[in-house]
Write a protein that binds this ligand. Structure first.
Ligand SMILES: NC(=O)c1ccc[n+]([C@@H]2O[C@H](COP(=O)([O-])OP(=O)(O)OC[C@H]3O[C@@H](n4cnc5c(N)ncnc54)[C@H](OP(=O)(O)O)[C@@H]3O)[C@@H](O)[C@H]2O)c1
Length: 244
C-alpha cells in the first residue's frame, strides 16, 4: 500500500501507538511530519525506528496544551511543509490517567486527565482538521481505547473510561462536521495493550502480546481505506491485521 508523494502529520509521534504507525507510513513512502513537545524525544524516535536519511521524516516540536500553542504548532508544520498539502493526520496525543475511585478524585486531577488526553486531542483537531477537510482522499484518524465501553476492571481506571468514551464522542462530532466534506474522520479504538517497539508491556505494565510495529499497518489501512465517521473497535491483534 503506497503513500508515495503524500504527507502525513502524526501528532504525538513519539508515543507508543503513534511510533509504530510512523514507521509504517514511512515504509509506505510518505513524508511524515512527526510532532512532539520534545526535540530530544523526536531524535530518539528516529533512532528507535531506524529512520534512514533517504526517508522523509520531518520532526516538529510543538504542544497542544492551549489554543495559542496549538496554533503555533500548526503554523510550524505548515511552514516546514513550504506549501505542500497535508493528506492524512493521525492524532494520538496523550494517554490515560489512573487515580482514585471517582468519589475520591479531586476535580483538579480529573481536569488534568482531560487536559492530557481529551482537550489536547480536541486542539489537534481544531488545528489540523480544517487543513485536510476538503482534500480529496484525505483522512483524519484519532485513537482511543476499549475501556470506553464498559465499567473499568478497577475503579482506578475510571478516568480512562471517561477519556476514551469522550474521544469516541468527539469522533462523532467531527464526523458530523465533515459529513459532506472529502476528509474521512475515524477513530481506532484499541481494546488491548500495546507495547513500545521491542517491548512486552504497555506503560501501565499490562502485558502486551505484540509491540506497536504490529499495529502500525492498521493506521495505514484506515488512511487508505473507505471508512468514514466510524469508531473502529479493534478487539484483537487479528482484527488489527485485518484492517491493514
Ligand atoms: N499503549 C496502550 O497500551 C494503549 C492501548 C489502548 C489504547 N491506547 C490509546 O492510544 C492513544 C495513545 O496512547 P499511547 O500509548 O501512544 O500514549 P503515549 O505513549 O503516552 O503517547 C502519547 C504521546 O502524546 C504526546 N503528547 C501528550 N500530550 C501532548 C500535548 N499536549 N501536546 C503534544 N503532544 C502531546 C506525547 O509526546 P511528547 O511527550 O513527546 O510530547 C506522547 O508521546 C491513547 O488514546 C490511549 O488511550 C493505548
Amino acid at each position: 500500500m503506497s503513500l508515495s508523494g503524500q504527507v502525513v502529520v502524526v501528532a504525538g509521534a513519539t508515543g507508543v501507538v503513534a511510533s509504530g504507525a510512523t514507521r509504517k507510513f514511512l515504509d509506505a513512502g510518505a513524508t511524515v511530519v512527526g510532532v512532539s513537545r520534545s526535540r530530544d524525544k523526536l531524535a530518539e524516535l528516529a533512532k528507535t525506528l531506524k529512520i534512514s536519511p533517504s526517508e522523509s521524516f520531518i520532526p516538529v516540536a510543538g504542544d497542544f496544551d492551549s489554543e495559542t500553542s496549538a496554533e503555533a504548532t500548526r503554523a510550524a508544520v505548515v511552514s516546514t511543509l513550504g506549501g505542500k498539502a497535508i493528506d492524512h493526520v493521525l492524532s494520538a496525543v496523550g494517554f490515560i490517567a489512573t487515580g482514585g475511585a471517582p468519589t475520591a478524585t479531586p476535580l483538579a486531577v480529573l481536569k488534568k486527565s482531560l487536559d492530557d488526553g481529551l482537550y489536547n486531542t480536541f486542539l489537534v483537531a481544531k488545528s489540523f482538521l480544517p487543513l485536510v477537510k476538503d482534500r480529496a482522499g484525505a483522512s483524519y484518524t484519532l485513537v482511543s481505547g476499549g475501556l470506553a465501553h464498559f465499567p473499568p476492571p478497577s475503579p482506578t481506571l475510571w478516568m480512562a473510561t471517561l477519556k476514551n468514551a469522550a474521544v469516541n464522542a468527539l469522533t462523532f462530532g467531527l464526523a458530523s462536521e465533515t459529513a459532506e466534506s472529502a476528509v474521512r474522520v475515524n477513530t481506532i479504538c484499541i481494546h488491548f495493550s500495546v507495547a513500545p517497539v521491542g517491548g512486552a508491556k504497555n506503560q501501565l505494565g499490562f502485558p502486551a502480546d505484540k509491540d506497536t510495529l504490529s499495529l502500525g499497518s492498521a493506521f495505514l489501512g484506515v488512511a487508505k481505506g473507505s471508512a468514514k465517521g466510524q469508531v473502529i473497535c479493534l478487539n484483537s491483534w487479528d482484527a488489527a491485521a485485518r484492517l491493514s
